[in-house]
Design a protein around this ligand. Sequence first.
Ligand SMILES: [Mg+2]
Length: 271
Amino acid sequence: MRCFNDKLAEKIARAPRVFFFFDYDGTLTPIVQRPEKAVLKKDVRESLRALSRFKGVKIAIVSGRSLKDLQGVAGPIPGAIYAGNHGLEIKSKDFNWIYPAAKQAAKVMARIRADLKKKIRPVAGMLLENKTLGISLHYRLVPESKVASLYAQFQKAIAPWLRLGMIRVQEGKKVWEVRFRPRLWHKGKIVQQLLKKHCQGGRFLPVFFGDDRTDEDAFGALSSSGITVKVTQNPRAVSKARYYIHSPAEVFDFLRYLIQSRRAHFRGICS
Ligand SMILES: [Mg+2]
């Protein structure tokens, strides 16, 4: 990966049409001990609002959180598209969409959740989060010495469900995620769908910022057509992203630059 640089920032600022995709946790907001505390800072939200008001700019926040949860922590950004559960649930001011099989899946997930609760011995610090179409087992606050045994219990409990083929288990940052994942649906697909649906009037430059494994699908999908940026402290990390930026704070710096720059370059056509 190459460092996200001024030249690239300028290219994005000057592009007549840009479709921004932002992952949420670890990208727009730092990773925190408890997911419910990751509320978007007011000045970041204001920047996203300002950005979404420019003509020729679209914004989507694409997260593994449930849609309801994502809307809660991100707060209202009237011009943005919110895509929860990796795009299985989407909402913007013009439309609502839910993956067709998702209703059925919610019932299965409820059964899996009950099963995990029954089979995993609770450990201090563990947090089993209900995402309707997914379950997250957070272990950030679990003592290091207990993580391995917790994982073993989790694996044993989830194995029969995995064999049924309806779910996937993914490891994130101090979290094991169980999610209803239709084989062909991931962040890469949702990005392509949103581009297709919203950009019939002309070509948009897709720009994707993300920090975690599930963002890799989107990096891959946009590898030839867009600008892909991984938020990471480690530029040598293996990733399909072309560029890296160090932190959510740097993403925010870029947002502020972008607003200033677009105001200067696009004077007269911004609403
Ligand atoms: Mg993330």
